[in-house]
Design a protein around this ligand. Structure first.
Ligand SMILES: O=P(O)(O)OC[C@H]1O[C@H](O[C@H]2O[C@H](CO)[C@@H](O)[C@H](O)[C@H]2O)[C@H](O)[C@@H](O)[C@@H]1O
Length: 297
């Protein structure tokens, strides 16, 4: 892994500020999936690694998750971490918490309809995250197929609401709120601003983030396998993510950014596909900005 690390860290000499910002999805990326409704937990070794990495990055390390910040603090045992929770609807950076008020969703209607849907399909479990609701099908194939169908029929009937497909789960969330949006918000804030984003994720919900960091010349790293992904690098499982982060820490400690070699860009897709990504992001960002005008930050 280290052979490519220097190339990935390469910073053009005229842009020495483009140091990495490490952005980490949690479930399936940092922490292994847990069966059923049990919760995973961050162990001491992982916490120590993340703390050291954060220090080496002068604080530019954050979790980007569909979970709420309250939930994430339980998994990681303290409230020190920089976090984009609920796809960026909640941001904690440098100890300051910012929440979005979302006037565009008819919340009571969404809650009633999604709760009714959960009750209709045996095997589906409802997770209520307030402005966002998740329906989990876990290992029940029949429930999953029915959930896919019913959720796609329901979504257009809910004003201001969108659905996010995940591995064996569907999330009902406000329009325009994606992990790309979460990253956009984080990158406006110190110490993330003007850094090159490195995003690590595993799920369908992470694809928007992959496409977005690539449009910013960042690195998109997928954990697990998928037939098609916007990611440019691939790691097999959370244990490999830890190994990769360890290598990154070692490389950061050994190398001053100015000494890194700039002429080996890591490119693994044809440039016509990159143009497509750029088009997608132009469309998405103008769409999100319109919505943002109606959201109060
Ligand atoms: O964006 P992430 O950090 O990856 O969080 C995604 C969701 O993670 C949790 O659900 C998933 O993990 C559970 C525990 O391993 C598992 O039971 C479930 O099937 C997974 O979907 C969390 O409960 C969700 O709220 C997050 O959106």
């Amino acid at each position: 892994m280290t052979f490519a690390m220097h190339a990935l860290l390469a910073t053009p000499e005229d842009r020495p500020e483009m140091r990495p910002a490490i952005l980490l999805d949690i479930d399936g990326t940092l922490l292994g999936a847990v069966k059923g409704s049990r919760e995973p937990c961050a162990d001491k070794k992982l916490l120590a690694l993340l703390m050291e990495l954060r220090q080496a990055l002068d604080g530019a390390l954050a979790f980007v998750s569909g979970r709420s910040i309250e939930d994430i603090d339980c998994l990681f045992g303290n409230t020190d971490w920089n976090v984009a929770g609920l796809y960026g609807m909640e941001i904690r950076c440098g100890g300051r918490l910012r929440r979005l008020a979302i006037p565009i969703v008819d919340r009571p209607r969404m809650r009633a309809a999604v709760t009714e849907l959960a009750l209709k399909i045996p095997g589906v479990i409802l997770q209520d995250k307030g402005i966002m609701m998740t329906l989990h099908a876990h290992d029940d194939d029949a429930a999953w197929m029915e959930l896919l169908l019913q959720a796609s029929l329901l979504a257009p009937a809910l004003p201001g609401c969108d659905i996010q497909l995940r591995d064996r789960a569907i999330e009902f969330r406000p329009l325009g709120i994606t992990k790309a949006y979460a990253i956009e918000r984080l990158l406006r804030l110190a110490p993330f601003a003007d850094r090159k984003p490195w995003y690590f994720g595993d799920d369908h919900s992470d694809e928007a983030a992959f496409a977005h960091v690539r449009s910013l010349s960042g690195n998109a790293i997928l954990t697990g396998s998928r037939a098609a992904s916007w990611a440019t690098q691939h790691l097999a499982e959370p244990a490999e993510v830890r190994g990769y982060l360890c290598d990154l820490l070692g490389t950061l400690r050994r190398s001053a950014p100015a000494k890194l070699h700039p002429d080996k860009p890591y490119v693994c897709v044809p440039s016509d596909q990159m143009n497509f990504i750029a088009d997608v992001m132009v469309h998405t960002s103008s769409y999100e900005e319109r919505d943002l005008e109606r959201l109060s930050l």
